[in-house]
Design a protein around this ligand. Structure first.
Ligand code: HEC
Length: 200
């Protein structure tokens, strides 16, 4: 056998060997991935949603939502939840307008809540806003502080609760922020009382 022929045979031989190796991963089943090197990397050992699961304490793959999960589209009231939720509106005119349009109180209106709001108002707001929200509080009487507008006056009569919450949270003009003094729940409570004063 001459040298060139020997060389050609070994070339064809190794080519065939390569093809055979490549073909070994082919199967007739279209769903089969063929020979798998480390099958766990291709297919994780997952469980079907409603199948039994030996890894979980109640043996069910589908687990209940964790405690405190909020139902989408619903707002089950809880004070700790109201207080824990971050305030989404930025301290800007756009944030103020957006809060006015979209932010709604999570508290149902009730005489008890209005009464609680009144207690907060008398402690935290009355010295400026006055007993009936006319902008004639004790501090204004000293003449050192310009009067805030009346809640039942033209500018504030129809002020939305979202804008009120925004103002109490960040402050507005000469009114400072009350975010550190009042929890979010307390802010919503005092707003219920301010809404009563708007109607006077
Ligand atoms: C230091 C005095 C002062 C205190 C305390 C104060 N306010 Fe005000 N408040 C003002 C002034 C001044 C304005 C007018 C702000 C402006 O429009 O520039 C105002 C405005 C408001 C408005 C109208 C906000 C708006 O968006 O136009 C509301 C509602 C309000 N205050 C509620 C409260 C509540 C509730 C409290 C107590 C938690 C409170 N304020 C405490 C001085 C005060």
């Amino acid at each position: 056998m001459n040298k060139a022929l020997k060389y050609n045979i070994s070339l064809v031989g190794s080519a065939l060997a390569c093809i055979a190796i490549l073909m070994s991963s082919c199967t007739t089943d279209p769903n089969s991935p063929g020979v798998e090197y480390m099958p766990d990397m291709y297919r994780s050992p997952s469980y079907e949603t409603y199948s039994e699961n030996p890894l979980l304490p109640d043996s069910m793959t589908a687990q209940k939502p964790v405690a405190g999960t909020i139902t989408r589209g619903e707002w089950p009231y809880s004070a700790s939840l109201v207080n824990a939720l971050p305030y989404a509106y930025p301290n800007s005119l756009e944030g103020y307008e957006a809060a006015g349009a979209n932010l709604k109180s999570p508290l149902a209106k009730s005489t008890e809540t209005i009464a609680e709001g009144k207690v907060i108002f008398e402690k935290m707001c009355m010295h400026c806003h006055g007993k009936e929200g006319q902008g004639d509080g004790q501090l204004i009487g000293t003449g050192k502080f310009p009067p805030p507008p009346a809640y039942n006056g033209g500018a504030l009569k129809d002020l939305t609760e979202g804008k009120m919450f925004h103002t109490i949270t960040y402050g507005k003009g000469l009114m400072g922020s009350h975010a550190s003094q009042l929890t979010k729940e307390d802010r919503w409570k005092v707003i219920q009382y301010v809404q009563e004063l708007q109607k006077l």
